[in-house]
Every structure is written in C-alpha cells, then in structure tokens.
Design a protein around this ligand. Structure first.
Ligand code: CA
Length: 232
C-alpha cells in the first residue's frame, strides 16, 4: 500500500455490483478489500482497519445494521450504507443506525465514488483542524465533556461512542451553545452539502446523538434547526 493511500472495505453480496464498485474505487487510487456477507465483513474490518466502509444493507449471515453495530463498537469508522429502496433508507434514517451517508440502488458508480471522497474529506478535515489546535482544551458544558483532540465525548462521566459524523455535528453545536443552528447550515458545514432535500440526514444524526447522550441535550426548534442545551 502506498503511503497515504486510503483503504476501503466494500461489503456487498451481489458480486457484479461489488466488483464494479471495487474497480471504480481502485481506479481512483483507493486500496479496496471485499467481503460478501455479514460475518466476513466484521472479520475483514478488524483485520484490515479500513478508512471507510461501503456497506450493503441486505447481506447473508447478518445484515448491514449488525455489521455497522459490531464494527462501530470497536472504533468509529465512516459508513456509506447501500439500500435497495428509498423506504429502507427512510427507515434507517429514523433508526439513526450510525451510518454517515446512504445511497439507494440503483445508483451511479460515479456518484458513489464522489460520496466516498466527500465522506473521507469530512473526516480528514476535522482531524486536521483538531491536530492544528493541540493546545485546544476540553470543552465542558455542564456534565458534557468534549475532547476535540482525542475526539472523545462523555456525559456525567460515561463515555459515548460517536461516529465521525456524529462527533462533528456535536462539536458544531457545542461551538455555539444554546444558539439555534439551522439544519441547512449544519448540512453544509458538517456534510459539505447544499441539497436542502437532504436535511433528514441531519435529523437522523441528531436522533443518534440523543440516543447516545440523552434526549435532553439537543433542543429541536421546529421549522428551523437545533440547539445544544447546556446540561446541569
Ligand atoms: Ca444485498
């Protein structure tokens, strides 16, 4: 592997789709590993430590949700989830499963490659920002503590395991506590998107943050956006 080369794990049981995704990503300079069922995906993720996982939802063995859960339990890794239908994506967004982005089949391979690049840029940009601020101290808001260098979060002394996107979203809200941040602005600043139809992606990640850190932490301002409350 060349230094700095990014490693992507592609998990897809339909071999023609898996191969075409792999071919495109390799052509773009990524190192690509493949897995074709749930258990193999988890084993492969532990073995190769990918920078990002492209993960089909419906898989033999166990499904993409379970793969996501097991892999994320070890360390946060960005996940681009593939679904067969739009309503599956809606369901997953509602469940806030910990994926960073979703695509519904059939999709263009070119668009998938663009999403992979965007997701990696998002993760890497945030690392660079935080490494550039070594002196930056832990943000303490009531019983919530955010360490921007180590990218660790805890509430009332309990560590929370956030995905890279969840961390970015929380850090954005924590940068302006109590202020209402519009969903469109979060979408453009955290995800780098300007498509207003995609704001439900923000909603799903807010849901995940509430599940992991407590429902009282983030206030919904209907029709506008979200605000981080300062916990007691
Ligand atoms: Ca499948």
């Amino acid at each position: 592997m060349r230094e700095g080369q990014r490693r992507i794990l592609v998990v897809e049981d339909e071999l023609t789709i898996a191969e075409s995704i792999a071919a495109r990503l390799r052509a773009e300079g990524f190192e690509v590993e493949l897995a074709h069922d749930g258990p193999a995906a988890v084993a492969k993720a532990e073995q190769v430590v990918p920078d990002l996982i492209v993960l089909d939802l419906m898989l033999p063995g166990f499904d993409g949700l379970e793969v996501c859960r097991r892999v994320q339990a070890h360390r946060p890794v960005p996940v681009l989830m593939l679904t067969a239908r739009d309503d599956e994506t809606d369901l997953l967004v509602g469940l806030a499963v910990g994926a960073d982005d979703y695509m519904t089949k059939p999709f263009s391979i070119r668009e998938l490659a663009a999403r992979v690049h965007a997701l990696l840029r998002r993760v890497e940009r945030s690392v660079v920002v935080h490494e550039g601020n070594r002196a930056e101290s832990t943000i303490v808001l009531g019983d919530l503590e955010i360490d921007p260098v180590e990218r660790r979060v805890q509430r009332a002394g309990e560590p929370a395991h956030l995905t890279p996107t969840e961390f970015e979203l929380l850090a954005h809200l924590a940068g302006r506590p109590r202020a209402v941040v519009p969903r469109e602005r979060l979408l453009s600043e955290v995800w780098g998107w300007t498509d207003p139809a995609a704001t439900r992606t923000v909603d799903s990640h807010i849901k995940a943050l509430r599940r992991k850190l407590g429902a009282d932490l983030i206030r919904t301002v209907h029709g506008v956006g979200y605000a981080l409350e300062v916990p007691k």
